[in-house]
Design a protein around this ligand. Sequence first.
Ligand SMILES: [Zn+2]
Length: 264
Amino acid sequence: MTLTPLLTDDAPAPFILHPATCDAPFIFVCDHAGKRIPERLGDLGLSAADRTRHIAWDIGIAGVARRLHAALGAPLIEQVYSRLVIDCNRAPGHDSSIPSHSDQTIISGNQNLSDDERRQREREIFRPYHNCIAQQLATIDPQKCAMISLHSFTPFWQGQERAWDAGVLFHKDAVSAEIMHQVLVESGRWVVGKNEPYRMTATSDYTIPYHAETRGMPYLEIEIRQDLIADEAGQENWAAILTQLLPIYWRRWTACAPMHRAYA
Ligand SMILES: [Zn+2]
């Protein structure tokens, strides 16, 4: 059976590429920037409130990412559709790739999908986004550029308030994470987690392991608590912080001896 395309001709493309405006040593990626749902999927069975809360997207992060792109001139690729349609930071087939529930909310539009329906979301939304990232990476030297993956996290999870203002996540590139953690802590104002509030593994995430780690490329995965960037003032503030601190991270990383910064 051939499925009707998910994205109609007038639907927004699944990603937005903000091209580089100068030769900055970064590439920004934002897997959970958007909260759109393709018209053909209706509301996925969710209330308007659920479609705008943290389960649908990373609140505030697009506003930070766009300002970083404007300030530093590095390319930015953002996903436009909600992670409830398909999570672009999970390998296709992963349990939470097309989640059946999230933070105790049942996603009724994701129940009992056929393999064809799953593959369609992958083909129309997941792949074009990752192909765009791969095309950008094809034009750079992976040792002269760091991938900066930007996310935000909910302050409350399973009834507990989270202690961190921000977190730096890593799997193989412990050196970059260590440097950026130090840079953030030295700035003196925040509680910063290292592999908190999430631990990155080869399978918990997709974008960094798939694009950066396979290339031996330095990277940072930065998480910011959502209440700090929920409004424009907060987004402005965190964009200014990272505009100042990312070049410091990069200078320290490039100053490390190659044998110390390489990872397997
Ligand atoms: Zn995220």
